[in-house]
Design a protein around this ligand. Structure first.
Ligand SMILES: *Cc1c(COP(=O)(O)O)cnc(C)c1O
Length: 467
C-alpha cells in the first residue's frame, strides 16, 4: 500500500512514514493510492468474528508492508482489551418512534468514554512500535475541542519517545473533559489552554507543521484526525456494526455527528472497500457548514457559535479535503488551489461534478439546540436512557430521514456522563457517573494558559520537546 498527498506535491510514502508525518509537506493530507476491497464472503465471515479479528483483517492491507499482520494483531488486541464492553462497539436498537430498524452504535466504552479512544488506543501503540524500531522520539502536537485531547493523552501517557503537547480552547471544553486531560500524571504530557476557539487551536497546530524547519528540528508528529491511521482505525466499526445488523449484501445507512469529518470519512472508506452503504448522513449542530455545503454546493465559513455539542463546533473540517480529493477524481492540483482560495476568501464553490458526487452517497441534516434538548428528554421519558448531546444531534437528524433503504445506525460518539450538565438540564435527572469520572474532581490539574499567538506557542513547544 502506498500513500499520496491530496495536494499532489509531496512524496509518495508507505504507512509508517505517513503515521509519523501526519500532514504532508505540501500541506495536504495523506490518502491511500488505492483502496483494498473486501468480498461479500469476507463480510459474512465478519459477523462471527471478534472486534479485534475484524480489525486485523480490515487494517492489515493499510499497514503493509511497514507492519506485518502478527505485529498488528498484537497491537490491536492490546488496544481493544482496554475497552469496558466485550463487544468493544456494542449496538442497540432505538425505539420505533424514531424509526423502524434504527440503531445506536456505542463507540464510547474506551478508557476516556469517547469514540476517539477507538482510534487513539491503536495509534499510541503504532507510534511506540515505530519509534522503538527507528530508535527515535517525536513531539506530538495536537488541538482538541475536548475529546481528542483526553483520548490522546490516555493513549500516549508514559510511552517512551513521546512528548505530547495538547492545545484546547480555554473555557470551551466541559469540566469533565478538561479534568480528564489535566489530571493525568505523566511527565511527557503538557496541557495548554489557548485564548481562542478550537479552529484557532487547529490553525496554530497547522502553522507549526507548515514551518518545515521547526517541524524537522522538533520531530513534530500529529494525532489529530489528519493522521491517516486514525481514519483507517475508524473504518473497522462500520464493518462490525453493519455485519451484526444486516446481511452481507444488504444496504445500511449511517448517521454521524460530525465535526472534523474523520468519523464519517471512515464510513466513506468502508463503502469504497465494498461495504454496501446506502447513505452516509452528516449530522451537524447549528455550526452547519457541511450541511449548507451539501445543500448549496458552496462551502462558506461563518462564525463558530458555541453549542452543547462542542466537538462539533467547527467551521473548517480538515478531513473534508480527503473527500474532495476523491470526489474530484484525485485532482491534487485542483484541491491545492481550491483549499488555498478557501483559506484566503472563506468560501469555495464546488465544481458541479463534485457537488453531484457528494450527493450520490451523502445526506446532511442540522439539529438546533432546542431539538437536541428535546431529543435527550424524549429518550429519557420513554426509555429511561440517556443520550449525550452529540449523539442527540444524530438521533434528531435520523428521525427526519424517511427514505432510507434498510437499517440505519446513529454513531453514539460520547458517553452521556461526559456531558452531564447538558443531560441533566434536558431531563431533570443527572446521568449516573462512572467511578473513573467521579474521581477526577479531587485530583490536581496541570495546565498552562497561552495567548493565540504562533510564536508564543512555538516557544512553549520548543521547550517541552525532547529534541
Ligand atoms: C470528535 C467528536 C465528534 C466529531 O467527530 P469527527 O470525526 O471530528 O467528525 C463528534 N462527537 C464527539 C463526542 C466527538 O468527540
Amino acid at each position: 500500500m502506498k500513500y499520496q498527498s491530496t495536494r499532489g506535491e509531496a512524496p509518495v510514502l508507505e504507512f509508517s512514514d505517513v503515521l509519523l508525518a501526519g500532514l504532508a509537506v505540501d500541506g495536504g493530507l495523506y490518502v491511500p493510492t488505492d483502496f483494498p476491497t473486501l468480498k461479500p464472503s469476507d463480510l459474512s465471515a465478519f459477523s462471527e468474528m471478534s472486534y479485534a479479528e475484524v480489525a486485523t483483517k480490515v487494517l492489515t492491507p493499510f499497514v503493509s508492508p511497514s507492519i506485518n499482520s502478527n505485529e498488528l494483531e498484537t497491537m490491536i488486541e492490546r488496544s481493544y482489551s482496554t475497552f469496558r464492553h466485550p463487544d468493544v462497539v456494542p449496538v442497540r436498537q432505538l425505539p420505533t418512534e424514531i424509526g423502524n430498524d434504527r440503531y445506536l452504535a456505542e463507540l464510547y466504552w474506551g478508557p476516556t468514554f469517547s469514540f476517539k479512544d477507538v482510534a487513539l488506543q491503536l495509534l499510541g501503540r503504532l507510534f511506540e512500535h515505530e519509534l522503538s524500531r527507528r530508535n527515535t522520539g517525536v513531539t506530538i502536537v495536537g488541538a482538541t475541542s475536548g475529546d481528542t485531547g483526553s483520548a490522546a493523552i490516555e493513549a500516549c501517557k508514559n510511552r517512551d519517545g513521546i512528548e505530547l503537547i495538547m492545545l484546547h480552547p480555554r473555557g470551551r471544553v466541559s469540566d469533565v473533559q478538561r479534568r480528564q486531560m489535566t489530571t493525568v500524571e505523566s511527565s511527557n504530557i503538557h496541557n495548554v489552554a489557548i485564548d481562542g476557539t478550537f479552529d484557532d487551536c487547529q490553525d496554530l497546530v497547522k502553522a507549526m507543521f507548515s514551518d518545515l524547519q521547526f517541524r524537522e528540528r522538533h520531530k513534530l508528529a500529529a494525532v489529530n484526525s489528519i493522521n491517516w491511521a486514525r481514519v483507517a482505525a475508524q473504518t473497522v466499526y462500520y464493518f462490525t456494526t453493519a455485519t451484526r445488523i444486516a446481511g452481507p449484501n444488504e444496504q445500511i445507512s449511517f448517521c454521524v455527528p460530525t465535526g472534523n469529518f474523520g468519523n464519517i470519512h471512515a464510513g466513506y472508506i468502508a463503502s469504497r472497500m465494498g461495504l454496501p452503504i446506502d447513505r452516509l448522513i452528516i449530522a451537524s449542530n447549528h455550526n452547519d457548514i457541511l450541511t449548507r455545503t451539501h445543500l448549496s454546493g458552496v462551502m462558506k465559513i461563518e462564525d463558530v457559535e458555541p453549542s452543547t455539542s462542542p466537538a462539533m463546533d467547527i467551521q473548517v473540517s480538515s478531513n473534508f479535503e480527503r473527500l474532495l480529493f476523491e470526489l474530484s477524481g484525485k485532482d491534487g492540483s485542483w484541491v491545492a488551489a481550491a483549499m488555498a482560495d478557501f483559506r484566503s476568501s472563506g468560501s469555495m464553490k464546488l465544481p458541479k461534478s463534485v457537488a453531484r458526487h457528494l450527493r450520490d452517497l451523502f445526506d446532511a441534516g442540522q439539529a438546533s439546540e432546542t431539538e437536541v434538548d428535546q431529543e435527550i428528554s424524549d429518550l429519557y421519558e420513554t426509555q429511561k436512557e440517556f443520550l449525550d448531546p452529540h449523539t442527540a444531534v444524530g438521533v434528531n437528524v435520523i428521525r427526519r430521514m424517511k427514505s432510507l433503504n434498510g437499517p440505519a445506525v446513529v454513531m453514539a460518539t460520547a458517553h452521556p456522563a461526559k456531558f452531564n450538565s447538558v443531560v441533566e438540564a434536558a431531563t431533570g435527572v443527572a446521568p449516573p457517573q462512572p467511578d473513573e469520572i467521579v474521581g477526577l474532581e479531587n485530583r490536581n490539574e496541570r495546565c498552562v494558559n497561552l495567548p493565540n499567538e504562533v510564536s508564543v506557542v512555538m516557544d512553549f513547544v520548543a521547550s517541552a520537546s525532547n529534541q
